[in-house]
Design a protein around this ligand. Structure first.
Ligand code: PMP
Length: 451
């Protein structure tokens, strides 16, 4: 980017706030933001550059998506080349080679037997797609009475109507009417009283998986199509599965013929030390949703992995008939496919999926050194994910964490993410120990100064 563009953006940001009115920002306090904007202009490696020219260390991988760091030449080249070669091609009753090639590559890193890929453009679309596949699968097999879906409190599954229905964050649901019928929720697994300051997976809470049995029996298990959970939830403030919990969900799903969906939009592509959390935890769902890290955040793309059994059920119908009435104009978009293929190359060549295991212990040690700082009531970590939970300022949930966030950004050149009272961290997997030292050094200062 040229200096003059930098200057132009900086000017818009600082001296012409009226020019910022037209953009209705998503998931943002628009008026507050526009009084004191935080604007990024460029990015490379572990760093953003702000419009006022500061280097900002990225503690959040953009938004949990830039797992290989920013501005990766290989991805840039692949996308540039692709747009010159072919900007768009339909994938409805048509095709081009890239989505087929990419699906083979993705299937190779996905857990067995999830070897089929349906493309979307986002995590939200992946979730709605997975829910629809689950419902249609039962219907195609003659079990059309399986229409109920079970989610979980504190779950975040994007913002489509399916996703907010199975999701469990009240603010994301309450403005939008009755939502999908036939949805029930298990309790969440966050339990600071019993598991506070756990390192890695918490000890207590496996019994919460029995909520699935209770809900299944309440409605009759043969009416339940699917259960959807994030193996580790991010948007709710990093909620970890207690030891044995996911295994027990798997057992109960198998027992009752219920499909298990893992929403791996944030845990996919190396965040926890394997391609998918399913592999790290040794628990295999029937469907996996992903997005974000699939293209390193560079071009919007999501995907759903389906088990062979699910896929083959659809393929058993009469040949020549459309097997699933679902898809997006941009499913398998050439630019997204090119970006994803290059991203997978970078992940493989740099062994980035192993990074969360190699650096996990150091990350864990450093984040837990923040214990004892003012207002810190819990610290949670797994792989290269971290969360620091602060007590609420009376009458102002989230205000303390927000202060830490703005102090980090404006005064200390660190980008973190906050959700409610939780500071959440998910750095690019290319980080080194010195970045970890810097992230937690800055955070400690900011937590102290804002207390
Ligand atoms: N599922 C999970 C688990 C997520 O964390 C997110 C996004 N943070 C989504 C779905 C939605 O993804 P998107 O914003 O790309 O629609």
């Amino acid at each position: 980017m040229t200096e003059s563009l930098h200057e132009h953006y900086a000017q818009v940001a600082t001296s012409q706030p009226d020019k910022m009115d037209a953009f209705w920002m998503p998931f943002s306090a628009n008026r507050q933001f526009k009084k004191k904007p935080r604007l990024l202009a460029s990015a490379k490696g572990m760093f953003y550059r702000s419009v006022d020219g500061r280097e900002i260390l990225d503690g959040t991988g953009g938004l949990w998506c830039c797992n290989a760091g920013h501005g990766r030449d290989r991805i840039t080249a692949a996308v540039s080349q692709q747009i010159e070669t072919m900007d768009f091609a339909p994938t409805f009753q048509m095709g081009h080679p890239l989505p087929f090639l990419l699906a083979e590559r993705l299937a190779a890193i996905a857990p067995d037997p999830l070897k089929h890929v349906f493309y979307t453009n986002s995590g939200s679309e992946s979730v709605d797609t997975a829910l629809k596949i689950a419902l249609a699968y039962h219907r195609v097999r003659g079990e059309g009475q399986r229409t109920r879906i079970i989610g979980r409190e504190k779950g975040y599954h994007g913002v489509g109507f399916g996703g907010i229905s199975v999701g469990g964050l009240p603010n994301n649901r309450k403005f939008f009417g009755p939502l999908l019928p036939g949805v029930d929720h298990m309790r969440h697994t966050l339990d600071i009283a019993r598991n506070g300051f756990s390192k890695g997976l918490p000890e207590h809470g496996i019994e919460l998986a029995e909520d699935l049995e209770r809900i299944a029996l309440l409605h009759d298990p043969s009416t339940i199509a699917a259960v959807i959970v994030e193996p580790i939830s991010g948007s709710a403030g990093v909620v970890l599965p207690p030891k044995g919990y996911l295994e027990r969900l798997r057992e109960l799903c198998t027992k009752h013929g219920i499909l298990l969906i893992f929403d791996e939009v944030i845990t996919g592509f190396g965040r926890v030390g394997k391609a998918f959390a399913a592999q790290r935890f040794g628990v295999t769902p029937d469907l996996i949703t992903c997005a974000k890290g699939l293209t390193n955040g560079s071009v919007p793309m999501g995907a759903v992995f389906a088990s062979n059994a699910i896929h083959d059920t659809f393929m058993n119908g009469p040949e020549g008939a459309i097997e699933l009435f679902h898809g997006y104009t941009y499913s398998g978009h050439p630019l997204a496919c090119a970006a994803a293929l290059a991203t997978l190359d970078v992940y493989a060549e740099e062994n980035l999926f192993e990074k969360a295991i190699e650096l996990g212990d150091y990350w864990e040690q450093k984040i837990h050194e923040l214990r004892g700082l003012p207002n810190v009531i819990d610290i949670r970590n797994f792989g290269l994910i971290g969360a620091i939970e602060l007590s609420s300022r009376p009458g102002a949930v989230g205000a303390r964490a927000y202060d830490v966030f703005t102090t980090c950004f404006h005064d200390k050149d660190l980008l973190i993410r906050v959700t409610g009272d939780v500071i959440a961290l998910s750095p690019p997997l290319i980080l080194e120990k010195n970045h970890i030292d810097r992230i937690f050094g800055i955070l400690a200062e900011a937590i102290r100064e804002t207390a």
